[in-house]
Design a protein around this ligand. Structure first.
Ligand code: SDX
Length: 394
């Protein structure tokens, strides 16, 4: 009755997917996009070039990059008849709800103009998503604080354009700090792809039914929102604030994190694949130090985070389970220093992960042998039994 299903229907119960996009060595903390180490991309590339690499498979020539960048730059505006969409949400709606709904909604606003009955144009979907998600995110934020929408500008690069839409106001000029734009670019590159994580697997599974790219990415945004996944960067800062306000000793919280009966977990720690320091966390920690010094001088939450790391990495419980800081442990502190509201942190993760989702969706749909995902199960329920009338039930 409950035999283990062993055949592999492609995407199904083996859970293993073939992909050429990202290589992770969890034992040694190595991450490469299309063979390029993330450390080199962080240092020498930018987010649009790295997105091109992930989506098309190689670093672009000058003309390829210019054309890709232009395809995105000239589609950053939302249609004016999409603006009422934002008014349908309560002011305090979590921006991830607006981002996923807005992404799905865009599949109706940006149909294949030639012939809506035609299958979706993959290139049109690719650069419309890359172009418009930051605008949806920034509009969601502006509405939550009752400020006018700031439209995207064609003279600003990706990160600077987003910061401008977030923090400019019509009443006065706003100069984007190039150091902040560079720090945000690094974060976007580091979040861009991570092989078959929960949200990317969601994008693939939804896309395997031939749902369009907008709908598949919208599903990925919702999966990312979970506190065990991309929502962890928000939970880390909430945790650090709780420790600061409790005025407690960090070692008390490390003890609580080890107690199976205590719901407290060390958010931003641990990873299914990395059994060594997450290479992204290493870079983000240095960036956090640099940005916090520049913008705030210091942040007690950063001190607490470093203390927690120091204590945990010398504690048998964490050492035995090979639990290290992951990508979410320090990233929220950078967004906090930049002045982003805490519920926007997972949104920044989504903006970074977008090229990865697109690359994985395209890779799957380009495979002529791809079939609809259909994970199997091991049945552990009742054997067959007879129906009983309600009068027989006690
Ligand atoms: C991301 O998959 C990806 O690639 C994801 C991601 C990406 O780029 O897409 O890297 C992004 O999602 C990073 C993870 C963000 N989430 C968090 O920081 C939440 C806190 N971390 C944990 O919930 C956990 O570590 C996970 C969810 C990240 C991983 O979960 P696993 O692989 O299922 O590990 P587990 O829960 O089985 O933990 C193994 C052991 C358990 O103890 P025992 O039952 O063996 O006694 O380690 C313990 C856990 O209790 N443990 C923790 C812990 N994480 C694991 N104990 C305290 N604090 C923690 N954070």
């Amino acid at each position: 009755e409950t035999g283990l299903v062993t055949y592999d229907p492609g995407y199904g119960n083996t859970g293993s997917v073939k992909s050429e996009i990202t290589f992770i060595d969890g034992e040694n903390g190595i991450l490469r996009y299309r063979g390029y180490p993330i450390e080199q991309l962080c240092e020498r590339s930018d987010f649009i070039e790295t997105s091109y690499l992930l989506i098309y498979g190689d670093l672009p020539t000058r003309e390829q990059l210019d054309s890709f960048r232009e395809s995105i730059t000239y589609h950053t505006l939302l249609r004016e008849d999409m603006k009422p969409f934002f008014d349908a949400f309560p002011r305090d709606a979590h921006p991830m709800a607006i981002l996923s709904a807005g992404t799905s909604a865009m599949s109706t606003f940006y149909q294949n103009q030639q012939d809506p009955t035609e299958p979706w144009d993959v290139e049109v979907s690719t650069y419309r998503l890359m172009a418009k998600l930051p605008t949806v995110a920034a509009f969601a934020y502006k509405r939550s604080i009752g400020q006018p929408y700031i439209y995207p500008r064609n003279d600003l690069k990706f990160a600077a354009n987003f910061l401008h839409m977030m923090f400019a106001v019509p009443a006065e000029p706003y100069e984007v700090d190039p150091d902040l734009a560079r720090a945000l670019t690094e974060l976007l590159i580091l979040h861009a792809e991570h092989e078959q994580n929960c949200s990317t697997s969601t994008v693939r599974l939804v896309g395997s039914s031939q749902a369009n790219m907008f709908a598949s990415v919208s599903a990925g945004i919702n999966a990312l929102w979970g506190p065990l996944h991309g929502g962890a960067n928000q939970r880390v800062v909430e945790m650090l604030k709780g420790i600061r306000d409790a005025d407690g000793d960090t070692s008390d919280f490390i003890q609580r994190a080890k107690d199976p009966d205590d719901p407290f977990r060390l958010m931003g720690f641990g990873h299914r694949v990395y059994k060594n320091y997450d290479p992204r966390a290493r870079i983000i920690k240095d960036t956090a130090d640099r940005v916090i010094r520049k913008l705030a001088g210091s942040d007690p939450l950063f001190e607490i985070a470093q203390e927690l790391e120091e204590t945990a990495l010398n504690d048998d419980y964490f050492v035995e389970r090979r639990l290290y800081p992951n990508v979410d442990f320090y990233s929220g502190l950078i967004y906090r220093a930049m002045g982003l509201p805490i519920d926007m942190y997972p949104v920044l993760f989504a903006l970074g992960r977008l090229p990865g989702w697109i690359a994985q969706w395209r890779e799957m749909n380009a495979d002529p042998d791809n079939r609809i995902g259909r994970p199997r199960q091991i049945y552990t329920g009742h054997p067959e039994r007879e129906y009983r009338g309600i009068e027989e039930r006690t």
